[in-house]
Design a protein around this ligand. Structure first.
Ligand code: ATP
Length: 636
């Protein structure tokens, strides 16, 4: 028999060798992960779970990974969990025989339906014992639930949930309920899952040798390969079978960029002026493009233009939102193009004035089931990169070649599809005036790209730098922060939140760290809207992966749910805030002063928030600039 679990917190789970792995293994692993804040421990727990799966029933690995990342399918398929509370409460009543009032009361007490589900189960007696849940059966039910549509779908979903809950034992019901809500929130980030996956596969295939130094190296190399493969092809449906069959060494040949599977965008680092750009790129040739302010559109064209998909920054399928774009692509393909994937920005456009319009105009455009005839906000596409052409991935080619490919493959038409405006120059004055020109043309500024480097999906690369005209003196960019908590309003603001506690994300420690309190600059209407948007995310306790100070304890805590773009005056070392703690000062964090909300970033998820490293880099940039300014003042 296969078995799993040995430590104090885990019970021993046994099952038939070669049979689907019990869900209990995963529920116990989740429980252990939720209890630790140490990333290495989290990875170790996952590695041992994955190895148990690999050793006994490798086909359970794919469902295991999906359940760990709390998804049922790749992001671009749009198949998502997120069952509402009302349905879950009803299902809990039916599965446990309790009435709605008592479930609701328990929910009010704990604020966590998962806890309610576990508590309700322990008093429940059943007539017969359903077979234990398996990892594969739970994922299958989740998928069925996510894909059920139509008039009777709510009842149907509820029925499937009741069945699962009736079979759940011990802590299982809790994780089932939280997963269905898409709120697993045990502090398990996707990067840890990828690292653990790489380690587990490597150890399973090659075992551990006696030389621990070499082993650590091998595991690190395997993790890099898996992370790279997933960034080029973010689909576990492709990654995991390839890993199982070929291991990590040959993975790049079997899991690589694939049309139809969108990659996350390559991102730029902020800079504070042309001088800094020239300094950073002393030895590299670069080109400078307008940074358009719209919505990222990664366009995948197949079958000579018969199939066109448009994906957002977050890999959502935006094809139904842009039927106008879809219709214009085919006539603009040059005759030799059978397939192409290009990156572009969709920007609102005024055809009469031949002018691009601000992002705010684009944001009023309908999102779903758009009919071409109903479209009020017209858009133009500015193409700036080419990732794939006629069966060949160009991700590993230099920008010069990718640009040539782009220009060779598409016709342009004013107001429909244009190439991003660019300039190639090293002259300070020329670059300064191009920056001014870009802002006058209604863009965010410039993005500076080295010509010889490859496309690095989902990476904030030092090969791309951004130069915004409205940069705050010495800071260089806005911040994408996550509201982690809020303070009740007083006076006029009673009933809404008067201020918010903001955090950034540190992917290295997988923690959210506070950076500021935001309490000014809102309109009353905006305060109401923000409060309405955040209330459903209130949690009873701060998450174990939050870092904050008791000196600034909010009245309510939120799950990481929203991303807000804020502008700030400057960064300073803070006795209170925890952002980038340990990176600049050994113990103190960094805070931003006088934050102002610019917009809610619906196209970003909390893990895309500004990172701790970025905050530290911006702090250092600011120090350099201040020194330069002081030196200049002295010289003058
Ligand atoms: P934001 O999205 O708020 O600008 P960010 O830090 O998340 O901030 P950046 O690195 O600043 O992202 O910019 C990358 C994004 O800029 C791309 O995803 C794309 O949507 C947009 N963009 C607009 N014009 C260009 C361009 N010429 N080249 C590359 N990206 C561009």
């Amino acid at each position: 028999a296969a078995k799993y679990g040995k430590d104090d917190f885990q019970k021993l789970i046994t099952w038939k060798e070669g049979a689907p792995v019990p869900y209990a293994l995963l529920a116990d692993t989740f429980e252990a992960i939720a209890e630790t804040t140490k990333r290495l421990e989290i990875v170790a727990l996952l590695v041992s779970a994955f190895r148990a799966v690999l050793a006994s029933h490798p086909a359970s690995l794919l469902p295991t990974v999906y359940l760990c990342v709390n998804r049922v399918a790749p992001a671009h398929t749009g198949i998502e969990l997120g069952i509402g509370e009302a349905t879950l409460i009803k299902a809990l009543c039916e599965a446990t025989g309790k009435n709605e009032a008592s479930i609701k009361k328990a929910y009010e007490g704990s604020g966590d339906l998962g806890v309610v589900a576990v508590g309700a189960r322990s008093t429940q007696r059943t007539m017969f014992t359903p077979p234990p849940l398996t990892i594969a059966s739970v994922l299958k039910s989740f998928r069925d639930i996510a894909q059920t549509a139509g008039s009777k779908s709510v009842d149907h979903k509820k029925g499937m949930i009741v069945k699962m809950l009736a079979a759940a034992k011990g802590n299982e019901a809790g994780y089932i309920v939280r997963s269905l809500q898409a709120k697993l929130r045990i502090g398990l980030a996707e990067q840890s899952v990828l690292v653990a996956l790489a380690h587990a596969v490597q150890l399973h295939r090659h075992g551990a040798d006696n030389d621990t130094g070499r082993l650590a190296e091998r595991l690190e190399a395997a993790a890099q390969v898996v992370k790279q493969a997933y960034s080029e092809c973010p689909s576990y449906d492709i990654l995991i079978p390839a890993l199982l069959e070929h291991g990590t060494a040959d993975l790049p040949q079997h899991c690589h960029f694939t049309p139809g599977v969108p990659v996350k965008p390559m991102l730029a680092k902020p800079t504070t002026g042309v001088g800094e750009v020239l300094e950073k790129f002393t030895d590299s040739e670069f080109t400078v493009e307008y940074k358009y302010d719209g919505e990222r559109a990664q366009v995948h064209v197949l079958d000579g233009g018969k199939t066109v998909h448009i994906f957002s920054r977050n890999s959502e399928n935006n094809t139904p939102k842009y039927p106008d774009i879809v219709a214009r692509i085919r006539p603009l393909l040059k005759p030799h193009v059978r397939s192409i994937v290009f990156d572009s920005e969709a920007v609102a456009y005024d055809h009469d004035k031949k002018k691009i319009l601000p992002f705010q105009v684009l944001s009023t455009r309908a999102r779903k089931d758009v009919a071409v005839g109903d479209i009020k906000v017209q858009v133009v596409l500015f193409a700036f990169d080419c990732l794939f052409l006629n069966g060949e991935s160009l991700l590993h080619k230099p920008l010069t070649e990718r640009r040539e490919a782009l220009y060779s493959a598409l016709e342009t038409r004013e107001g429909e599809l244009q190439f991003a405006s660019f300039k190639t120059s090293r002259d300070v004055e020329e670059l300064e005036s191009f920056l001014t020109e870009s802002v006058e043309a209604g863009t965010e500024g410039l993005i500076v790209k080295t010509l010889k480097d490859t496309y690095e999906p989902s990476k904030r690369s030092s090969h791309w730098l951004k130069l915004k005209k409205d940069y705050m003196e010495g800071v260089g960019d806005t911040f994408d922060v996550v509201p982690l908590g809020a303070f009740y309003g007083k006076g006029k603001r009673t009933g809404v939140f008067g201020a918010y506690l903001l955090g950034i994300y540190d992917p290295d420690t997988e923690t959210y760290q506070t950076i500021s309190k935001l309490g000014t600059g809102f309109s009353e209407e905006q305060l109401g809207q923000l409060a309405d948007a955040m209330r459903p995310h209130i949690i009873q306790q701060p998450r174990t992966f939050y870092r904050w100070s008791d000196a600034l304890e909010p009245d309510v805590w939120f799950d990481p749910a929203a991303v807000w773009e804020v502008k700030a005056a400057d960064l300073s070392i803070s006795p209170v805030h925890k952002a980038a703690a340990g990176l600049v000062d050994p113990s103190k964090g960094i805070s931003i002063r006088f934050p102002r909300l610019i917009r809610v970033r619906e196209d970003k998820s909390p893990e895309d928030a500004t990172s701790a490293t970025q905050v530290a880099e911006m702090f250092s940039n600011q120090a350099v600039i201040r020194r330069q300014q002081a030196d200049k003042a002295k010289a003058d």
